[in-house]
Design a protein around this ligand. Structure first.
Ligand SMILES: C[S@@+](CC[C@H](N)C(=O)[O-])C[C@H]1O[C@@H](n2cnc3c(N)ncnc32)[C@H](O)[C@@H]1O
Length: 256
């Protein structure tokens, strides 16, 4: 691996499959002036072909050794390196109409998706490589065992599209699980009808706190029987039975 030992704690599985790399770059299809931001450039598998397509690329990387390599290989006018943790990074500081891309470190993919869900206004689209199991949770529909907090929060904010299945052999080192590339496009603000997004988010978190329990239990102290009745939602349902729109209705009822 060109002298770099992959660090497990940073979720390093480097893409080596040129076919998949080409398919990701084609899916993004960047114009020269697009504001593309790559999370976790690593050894540059996606970075290098992206740099051929855009005038300037931003990357957010946590591993100092990899940052040193990238600095040596690419002039700062072409590659802006933001050193640090993507989980704490303020993407709005780069600008707006951002196009985010990344073969994301699997160990932080879920919290990172929740973090990124708050940047809908600054982002044009996102293309991410994730564990297939995470993509299944993202796109799951009500009633499905994979449907949960991640599905509700991401489907509320984004249009999601499953693009490419990726086998373990496409990486070095190979992960133990299958992967998939997914596209997220922020929904227009007029479609985001939760009056209080913070309340919506905490409601969804509470509802799924114990997914096998009834909503009445999970929402104890938040929504009483009169509230359930006013909304026409049976308190005996389980969290996975409600649609995204039902959670919006409950949150808006609570924000009245
Ligand atoms: C799965 S590797 C992908 C590397 C490269 N993009 C590729 O496709 O070969 C994940 C990358 O994210 C970086 N990374 C891990 N945790 C991070 C974090 N919290 N913030 C920013 N980058 C992180 C790793 O150092 C690594 O470069």
């Amino acid at each position: 691996m060109k002298g770099h030992v992959a660090r497990k704690r940073f979720g390093q599985n480097f893409l080596v499959d040129q076919g998949i790399i080409g398919a990701i770059v084609s899916a993004i299809n960047p114009a020269r002036t697009d504001s593309v931001v790559e999370i976790g450039p690593g050894l540059g598998a996606i970075t290098v072909p992206l740099l051929e397509r855009v005038d300037r690329l931003h990357v957010v990387e946590i591993d100092r050794d990899l940052i040193a390599r990238l600095k040596k290989q690419h002039p700062a006018e072409r590659l802006s390196i933001h050193e640090g943790d993507a989980l704490a990074f303020d993407f709005a500081s780069i600008g707006s109409d951002l196009r985010l891309v990344g073969n994301l470190p699997y160990n932080i993919s879920t919290p990172l998706l929740f973090h990124l869900a708050s940047y809908g206004r600054q982002v044009r689209d996102m293309h991410f490589m994730l564990q297939k199991e995470v993509v299944e949770r993202m796109v799951a529909e009500p009633g499905n065992a994979d449907y949960g907090r991640l599905s509700v929060m991401l489907q509320y904010s984004f249009w999601l599209e499953w693009l490419i299945d990726v086998p373990p052999e496409s990486f070095d080192p190979a992960p133990k699980v299958d992967s998939a590339v997914v596209r997220l496009i922020p929904k227009a603000p007029e479609l985001l009808n939760a009056r209080d997004p913070v309340r919506f988010s905490s409601l969804v978190q509470a509802a799924f706190a114990q997914r096998r329990k009834m909503l009445r239990n999970n929402l104890k102290g938040i929504l009483d029987d009169a509230g359930f009745a006013a909304l026409g939602i049976a308190p005996t349902l389980r969290p996975e039975d409600l649609e995204v729109g039902d959670y919006v209705r409950i949150a808006n009822y609570l924000s009245k």
